[in-house]
Design a binder for this molecule. Structure first.
Ligand code: PRP
Ligand code: ADE
Length: 178
């Protein structure tokens, strides 16, 4: 993808100071979805990146609750892969794998349905944004609990100064850096 395309997608992300609380610079990617050309560029770029860097076929795209659900199924469809959601605690029916993860204050938990990912499958974890990396790391732990392979992590946006990528268990790629 050209620098023009990257700049075009970035121009659609809005920056909102002091949301949801003072001191946070919020990066809102919902405006990207108002522009089908920007969505096409973004999804095409992410799929191309995965296809050109993965030696083995991607079996499963895992998307994180909630904004990862916007990108994950589009990418999975183009790769001919399954889409599997990681949800926040208590939302999934049936037996689940579960992992607790740290928030700024306290902890929360992520879950994935048992049987949704088969042992040995090759999995990509997708989300809109990596900040501290705590959410993505927890999702990686769920894939490990399912005895599958974390092939890589893919984000639309990365808050570089927070160094979240250093926490993660596999290669990391982000389309936009802040
Ligand atoms: C946001 C974002 C990532 C996570 C990144 O989700 O969509 O999932 O934070 O932060 P981290 O790298 O520090 O873990 P949030 O938990 O706000 O949930 P939402 O998608 O439901 O808004
Ligand atoms: N999730 C965590 N930090 C965020 C930020 N600065 N903007 C949007 N989503 C976020």
């Amino acid at each position: 993808m050209s620098n023009y395309d990257i700049d075009y997608i970035k121009s659609k992300v809005s920056t909102v100071p002091d949301f949801p609380k003072k001191g946070i610079i919020f990066r809102d990617m919902f405006p990207v979805f108002r522009d089908p050309l920007a969505v096409e560029m973004l999804i095409g770029h992410m799929v191309h990146r995965l296809a050109s860097t993965s030696k083995n076929k991607i079996d499963v795209v895992v998307g994180l609750d909630a904004r990862g659900f916007l990108f994950g199924p589009l990418i999975a469809l183009r790769l001919g892969a399954a889409f599997v959601p990681v949800r926040k605690s208590g939302k999934l029916c049936g037996d689940t794998f579960r992992v607790e993860y740290a928030l700024e204050y306290g902890t929360d938990a992520f879950e994935i349905q048992k049987g949704a990912i088969q042992p040995g499958q090759n999995v990509v974890i997708v989300d809109d944004l990596i900040a501290t990396g705590g959410s993505a790391f927890a999702a990686g732990e769920l894939v490990v609990q399912a005895q599958a392979n974390v092939n890589s992590f893919l984000f639309v946006m990365e808050l570089v100064d927070l160094e979240g990528r250093d926490k993660l268990q596999a290669p990391v790629y982000s389309v936009l850096q802040y």
